[in-house]
Design a protein around this ligand. Structure first.
Ligand SMILES: [Zn+2]
Ligand SMILES: [Zn+2]
Length: 128
């Protein structure tokens, strides 16, 4: 699977917190992260309001560039979803496989808080 933004092959990496660990695909070049729906299902029950602090996120132009899903065969364009807590964070969501792409700054922003709980919250909002 290649990065939807810079076409670098993604590397598997574990995101951990005290309660669980999920396997994600990370881009070593631009630092973006891909979450599969399976990864999402492991954590969808962990839902709690979390404070997201924004430090650095890609500029508007980059964020609004439509990315193609790295996971689906036909690489459909992903849709843009605003983060529920901060509309400056735009998440790329594949309508076919329901995977999610987070740019580096977006994951950093979310990691200011409990990463798994926060991502669980993002996913639970998308699933509804
Ligand atoms: Zn990349
Ligand atoms: Zn997809």
């Amino acid at each position: 699977m290649d990065c939807p933004r810079c076409v670098t092959p993604l590397k598997e990496e574990a995101l951990k917190d005290l309660t669980c660990s999920i396997q994600v695909d990370n881009c070593p070049s631009c630092g973006g992260t891909w979450f599969d729906k399976d990864e999402l299902e492991q954590i969808e029950n962990i839902v709690e309001l979390a404070i997201v602090e924004i430090r650095k996120i890609p500029n508007k132009k980059d964020q609004f560039d439509k990315l193609h899903c790295p996971s689906c065969n036909l690489h459909p364009k992903m849709s843009k979803v605003e983060h529920a807590r901060d509309k400056k964070v735009i998440i790329d969501h594949c309508p076919i496989c329901e995977g999610i792409w987070l740019d580096k700054g977006e994951l950093d922003a979310i990691q200011k808080d409990n990463v798994v709980k926060t991502i669980g919250k993002v996913f639970s909002l998308l699933i509804k």
